[in-house]
Design a protein around this ligand. Structure first.
Ligand SMILES: Nc1nc2c(ncn2[C@@H]2O[C@H](COP(=O)(O)OP(=O)(O)O)[C@@H](O)[C@H]2O)c(=O)[nH]1
Ligand SMILES: [Mg+2]
Length: 231
């Protein structure tokens, strides 16, 4: 019987061992990614949220506001399609679409390919900010370090305030928690205080921001945070 959890399955330890070595291999590659990203001159942000909470919209609006100030690059993660990359490309910044073909998260190996593909577009040019939009999911992306400097987790008002408590790992492993779509607060029974309380209980150091990409409300703190990363 397993001393840790009481499980009597004979294969149990093997599964744990394989998972741990997969994650160790991922982390080793992620550390290489980080060196690679730093050679490009960039600070990388891994953006994690459910599908539809507004990741691509946040990036579109951020690029509109900051593209004159900073050199921005984007790696888009999705299961299928180039649609998010097309949206970012329309804003005039270098972007690479990664498609996982089914996996619900990016891993360091796929991100590594993305960094190389981005370098091919950049030539000799450098970057200040590299955004990595993860596959829409609050669960698996939390387990896979990609080599990012900062991890940002986002939930939108329509998703409900219970998500930090239900998906703790994403909040424990992030530096920033964004509540998005605050323009919808009048229409939903969403308590920002409850969401923030749960998130801070999991991770007292979490920086919290509330914003609406639609109205621009709260955007100044987000932009100030990004500027502070580039100093
Ligand atoms: N009301 C409102 N809608 C938003 C906001 N941000 C994004 N959306 C909408 O939410 C939907 C999903 O946005 P998208 O950026 O594609 O989300 P992603 O799947 O997380 O990348 C789109 O219809 C957006 O127009 C916001 O601040 N307020
Ligand atoms: Mg998107």
């Amino acid at each position: 019987m397993c001393d840790d959890c009481g499980c009597v399955s004979p294969g149990h330890h093997h599964v744990v061992d394989v998972n741990q070595s997969l994650l160790a291999a991922n982390d080793a590659l992620a550390r290489k990614n980080r060196e690679h990203i730093e050679e490009l001159g960039a600070v990388a942000i891994n953006l994690i949220s459910s599908p539809g909470s507004g990741k691509t919209t946040l990036l579109e609006k951020t690029i509109e506001r900051l593209a004159k100030e900073f050199r921005i690059g984007v790696i888009e993660g999705d299961i299928e399609t180039e649609r998010d990359a097309d949206r970012i490309r329309a804003k005039g910044v270098p972007v690479v679409q990664l498609t996982t073909g089914g996996a619900c998260h990016l891993d360091a190996a796929l991100t590594h390919k993305g960094i190389h593909a981005l370098e091919d577009q950049l030539g000799e040019k450098k970057l200040d900010l590299l955004f990595i939009e993860n596959v829409g999911n609050l669960v698996c992306p939390a387990t896979f370090y990609l080599g990012e400097h900062q991890r940002v987790v986002m939930i939108s008002v329509p998703e409900g305030p219970d998500k930090p408590a239900k998906y703790p790992k994403a909040f424990i492993s992030s530096q920033v928690f964004i509540i998005s779509k605050t323009d919808l607060l009048p229409y939903f029974d969403f308590s920002p205080e409850a969401a923030i309380k749960d998130a801070r209980q999991l991770n007292p150091r979490l920086m919290v921001m509330s914003l609406s990409a639609t109205t621009g409300d709260g955007f100044d703190s987000w932009l100030a945070y990004l500027r502070s990363l580039c100093q």
